[in-house]
Design a protein around this ligand. Structure first.
Ligand code: GCB
Length: 579
């Protein structure tokens, strides 16, 4: 449960002061910095940020002389002894800040995995759940001079969390994305978004917050000419629904036209760059700007190749998306959780289509009301952050969840929430297919009824079925909707060569890709694919010595940034498909 947090969007477009850099840390597996030895809250906990002033002071911790970790950054790859650590780490950063009259101050955390409690000058201000989504905490009225900011970050897995106990990626702990102080006017646009609906109208809205929020005028300017004004309601919220100016040039894959967009309300103004395009389905096709668009995709984890660790920031977004472009992709699946905001903003600038995903993955406790509440909060945070991005065409609410009534109801609630926040984009979820000896496959998971696009993960030729046979497999679904193969692939250790029937060789990976790509002709509803995966990524699930060594090797590019032979196989296929 989140307490004390507020939703704040467009943060990258705000006046900010970075708190990134070296933070002092205390590793605290028993959580003694918060819980007393007999249980209950420890009022003398580390969040007080005390240190002994005289030799007789009874204080047994000291941030000032403790080691540091870099923020943003996972602790997993920063210090070898923390690689497998799951527990609490206390982060402390001192800063000085003053408040300006007529302004408010917020702390914004891009992501902290998985739970984060925030303390300022010893006061507990907020708790946030969800390791990949942003949150903000208001600091107004508390700043002036020197301050102690303490974050208790806890990455313990829990059966009722989202995600839950097992994932095929590393459970990186830490403050993994940037931390900023954000300054806004007293009445300000806590949220503001605009996008193009499937019928070509411009829709959006947002929320004003502050003493003058009710009944205020909000102006939206697109380019130099068009200005529209709407009025906020009594709760500060406002909605937009306008004709698009006739001269408005469309954003399209490969043609990333962005317009200067300015929001103004009272003393507040936000300048952004926004693309406008339509997306909808028609039978089994996906139409972007009314043109049937085949999604030449690739799945991406937020894994920083070469540097190693959880990816963050603009430079790594550019590296990963640049490699997707080299592959000839027009589409990226940002798996399996909310990626850094820089990813979708950079996808906007490059004209790449994107799929954004919630970490509702494998063994989720679908019967738990609090788990659903957590997933819904994460949906709010993701959709609110990214719903002005033209690149984003698909919201995925889950990955590989075994069908059951409870599961389908849970995911149905998520789809409803996503649609209510953003009725303009398509919904999906990557469905699980069971290993089978059949050569014909029929997808009829009831969840397929509830989404716009049916996405299927399948590993023919790798986990099951003979490679030589795969090209002849056939696929149908019960839905008459577009189908995406959201995963397919095979593992290979880069530089490991041998016969094409030896697993883990680059040749074997190529053989699986060739067979899979030949099979695609037998999938009549196919609207795209996002093979698994762009780069190798760290995961404790993959233990084969000399081959995996803690890495999932299904990347088309190694952890050192070197392309495997299958990169070229897929690149050639995409080059042919784009003719
Ligand atoms: C899957 C999962 C993905 C795994 C992948 C694999 O189906 O969705 O998270 O990493 O398979 O490599 O087995």
């Amino acid at each position: 449960m989140n307490t004390g947090t507020v939703l704040l969007t467009n943060v990258l477009r705000r006046r900010r002061r970075s708190l990134d850099g070296a933070w002092r840390v205390i590793v605290d597996p028993y959580e003694t910095g918060y819980v007393g030895i007999m249980g209950g809250r420890n009022d003398r906990g580390y969040f007080r940020d005390w240190s002994a002033r005289s030799p007789s002071d009874r204080i047994e911790y000291d941030f000032d002389t403790s080691p540091t970790l870099e923020v943003p950054g996972d602790w997993t790859t920063q210090r070898d002894e923390l690689r497998y650590y799951e527990g609490t780490v206390w982060y402390r950063r001192r800063f000085s800040a003053d408040e300006r009259a007529g302004h408010r101050m917020f702390l914004h955390v891009g992501a902290a995995n998985h739970r984060c409690r925030v303390f300022l000058d010893g006061d507990e201000l907020a708790t946030h759940e969800g390791g990949f989504s942003p949150f903000a905490v208001e600091l107004t009225g508390r700043l002036g001079g020197e301050h102690s900011l303490v974050c208790q970050v806890d990455n313990r897995r829990r059966p009722d969390a989202v995600p839950a106990m097992r994932t095929d990626w590393w459970n990186d702990g830490g403050i993994t994305r940037s931390v900023d102080l954000v300054e806004v006017p007293e009445t300000f646009l806590a949220d503001a978004w605009v996008t193009m609906a499937p019928d070509g109208r411009l829709v959006g809205g947002g929320r004003l917050d502050g003493p003058d929020a009710a009944g205020a005028a909000v102006d939206l300017t697109i380019g130099s000419a068009t200005t529209s004004t709407v009025r906020s309601g009594s709760d500060g919220s406002f909605e937009l629904d306008l004709d698009a100016p006739t001269e408005l040039e469309r954003w399209a894959p490969g043609r990333p036209v962005l317009h200067d967009v300015t929001w103004m309300a009272g003393d507040d103004a936000i300048a952004d760059e926004v693309g406008f395009r339509t997306v909808r389905t028609d039978g089994n096709r996906i139409l972007v700007n009314d043109e049937p668009t085949f999604l030449r995709g690739i799945s991406i984890h937020a894994e920083a190749p070469i540097r190693g660790g959880r990816a963050h920031g603009l430079a790594e977004a550019r590296q990963l998306l640049g490699w997707a472009e080299d592959l000839g992709a027009n589409f990226v699946r940002l798996a399996h959780y909310q990626h850094d905001e820089h990813m979708v903003r950079e996808a906007d600038r490059r004209g790449l289509l994107a799929w954004c995903e919630l970490p509702v993955y494998w063994g989720i406790d679908f019967g738990s009301a609090s788990t659903l509440a957590d997933a819904l909060d994460q949906a709010d945070e993701l959709v609110a952050r990214d719903r002005s991005r033209a690149s984003v065409i698909l919201w995925s609410v889950a990955n590989e969840t075994p069908p059951s009534e409870e599961r389908t109801a849970f995911l149905g609630s998520l789809v409803d929430r996503v649609r209510s926040l953003d009725p303009t984009r398509l919904t999906t979820a990557a469905l699980f297919t069971m290993p089978t000896t059949e050569r014909t496959h029929h997808v009829d998971d009831p969840f397929g009824e509830l989404v716009d696009v049916v996405a299927v993960n399948q590993y023919l030729g790798w986990y099951y079925a003979e490679v030589d046979d795969v090209a002849g497999h056939e696929w149908t679904t019960a839905f008459g909707k577009p189908v995406i193969f959201s995963e397919l692939g095979a593992g290979a250790r880069q530089g490991h060569h041998g016969p094409a029937d030896h697993r883990w060789t680059e040749e074997f990976q190529v053989a699986v890709y060739e067979a899979q790509l030949a099979m695609l002709d037998h999938v009549p509803d196919l609207a795209g694919l996002s093979p698994w995966i762009l780069t190798d990524f760290r995961t404790p699930l993959r233990v084969l010595p000399g081959i995996q060594d803690g890495w999932n090797r299904k990347g088309l590019i190694s952890d050192r940034g070197i392309r495997k032979a299958a990169f070229e196989t897929l690149r050639r296929y995409y080059a042919e498909r784009s003719r």
